[in-house]
Design a protein around this ligand. Structure first.
Ligand SMILES: Nc1nc2c(ncn2[C@@H]2O[C@H](COP(=O)(O)OP(=O)(O)O)[C@@H](O)[C@H]2O)c(=O)[nH]1
Ligand SMILES: [Mg+2]
Length: 211
């Protein structure tokens, strides 16, 4: 992937470093998508090593009738742009996480945030499965490799094969469970994605099945 040091323009101006540790050379990008309330902001927050930049706002009456709160009554804040987190993999590689707002009105952001992404996590709340359909359709349409992570909410533990059927998910697409509030669990989701991306690179059969 590209270095995060910008090339100097012709004329010899010294390179400008992005505001990162000096040894960081490779910036890898992963996108987290999912319906409203699926746990995107929570996941980015639990794995990020920096205080995540989250453009959360307390929900106001302005969102009434726009954001569907059915089943997510505990939710008091909503992401108005996107979540941004960072994980240093080693001295030179940094993983950036972008949590995409699920609401339909933010669709214009999707293509921009997908640019240069290695892959995506589709976070699913099984109590509101239908909310995930458009995200997954969109990932498939953009040929963006993804894994699906079922976020465990109380009282919502359907077997994974039923979730796979309901989402009409190809059997090669990894489907895992997580608790987005727990760092290790969220890390497990990212590891599942990275393993899948590695398999896609190495095994053309896996790749064929997901396009
Ligand atoms: N029980 C439980 N609650 C969660 C989990 N992940 C998120 N939540 C809660 O669900 C609500 C919605 O999460 P949020 O991250 O804001 O969803 P987003 O709209 O996808 O960014 C918040 O009140 C979270 O505290 C989880 O794994 N388990
Ligand atoms: Mg959010």
């Amino acid at each position: 992937m590209d270095s995060n040091t910008f090339d100097p323009p012709a004329g010899g101006v010294p390179p400008v470093e992005a505001p990162l540790r000096r040894t960081a050379r490779d910036a890898l990008k992963i996108v987290i998508v999912g319906g409203f309330g699926a746990g995107k902001t929570t996941l980015v927050g639990s794995v990020s090593e920096i205080r995540p930049l989250s453009t959360e706002e307390v929900m106001t009456e302005a969102g009434e009738g726009v954001d569907d709160l059915t089943g997510v009554h505990a939710k008091r804040a909503t992401t108005v742009a996107f979540d941004f987190g960072r994980i240093s993999l080693d001295e030179s590689r940094v993983l950036y996480l972008f949590g995409m707002p699920g609401q339909e009105r933010f669709r214009f952001l999707w293509e921009r945030l997908f640019t240069g992404s290695l892959g995506a996590v589709a976070l699913v709340d099984t109590r509101r499965l239908a909310d995930s359909f458009h995200c997954i359709d969109r990932l498939e349409a953009q040929a963006m490799p993804f894994v699906v992570a079922v976020n465990r909410f109380p009282g919502a533990r359907p077997p994974l094969d039923r979730v796979r059927d309901a989402l009409r998910l190809d059997e090669r697409v990894p489907l895992v469970e997580c608790d987005a509030r727990a760092r290790e669990s969220s890390k497990g989701v990212l590891i599942a994605l990275v393993r899948y991306l590695t398999r896609l690179r190495e095994d053309p059969d896996v790749r064929e099945g997901t396009r």
